[in-house]
Design a protein around this ligand. Structure first.
Ligand code: ADP
Ligand code: ZN
Length: 222
């Protein structure tokens, strides 16, 4: 963690969390939020909120989100800009889901100065195993895992008793395809931040390592 010395020094941590689908981003972001006491901003969550609240922007973007396509840069940037202007971010934030392109990285630079970009490196096999075992509640959306986070009663949600199902795109072949797409779209952004000296690789060698171990690793990097 960076040292902060001056009397009036306000330590801020503006973090971008980067990693492939199934790398555990959401879990780590939640834990980091607890450790650092700063908010977690997920552009995916912001998008879902706009849609749920049926705002004018929500109505405009629902078609992209429903078909798994990216929302146009201009719109997602507008949504993020508004979130970044709220007063709870004085000590920093953990941003997840943005930027997804060089264009978005440049936009972000005009809004805020990022301190560090954490790049989660998880072996492909671990991601396939993890996502293949993922299950979700049809009723409340809670996530389970047949390997690591089993429900008390097989096939039933602990929280609401709803039926658990597997997402259609959580099959090995499709997972590999999603990873290819991620690789293609994210590698220019990773290079962009690496060349600016902001990127820190978080190497997850052991796919079964507990999230706490990874968080310790991250804390030692920032
Ligand atoms: P996924 O892992 O399926 O991409 P997210 O929760 O990250 O899910 O995002 C949900 C949806 O929100 C995406 O499918 C996309 O339509 C939109 N979205 C989120 N972040 C961005 C972004 N940075 N640029 C464009 N669209 C985005
Ligand atoms: Zn449920």
């Amino acid at each position: 963690m960076r040292e902060c010395t001056g009397v009036n020094c306000v330590k801020t941590m503006k973090i971008v969390l980067f990693g492939p689908p199934g790398s555990g981003k959401g879990t780590y972001a939640t834990l980091l939020k607890g450790q650092l006491g700063i908010p977690h901003i997920s552009t995916g969550d912001l998008v879902r909120e706009e849609i749920k609240n049926k705002t004018p922007i929500g109505d405009q973007i629902v078609k992209y989100s429903n078909s798994g396509k990216l929302v146009p840069d201009e719109t997602i940037t507008q949504i993020l800009k508004r979130r970044l202007s709220t007063p709870d971010l004085s000590k920093g934030f953990i941003l997840e889901g943005y930027p997804r392109s060089i264009e978005q990285a440049k936009q972000l630079e005009t809004m805020v100065k990022i301190d560090v970009v954490l790049n989660l490196n998880v072996p492909e096999k671990a991601i396939v195993d993890r996502l293949s075992a993922r299950m979700q509640c049809r009723n409340c959306g809670s996530i389970y895992n047949e390997l690591t986070l089993k429900p008390a009663v097989p096939g039933k949600c602990d929280k609401c008793g709803g039926e658990l199902f597997k997402r259609d795109d959580d099959q090995p072949k499709i997972i590999l395809e999603r990873l290819r797409v991620y690789e293609q779209t994210s590698s220019p952004v990773v290079d962009y931040y690496r060349s600016r000296g902001l990127l820190k690789d978080v190497v997850v060698n052991d796919p079964n390592a507990s999230p706490d171990v990874i968080i310790k690793k991250i804390m030692s990097l920032i």
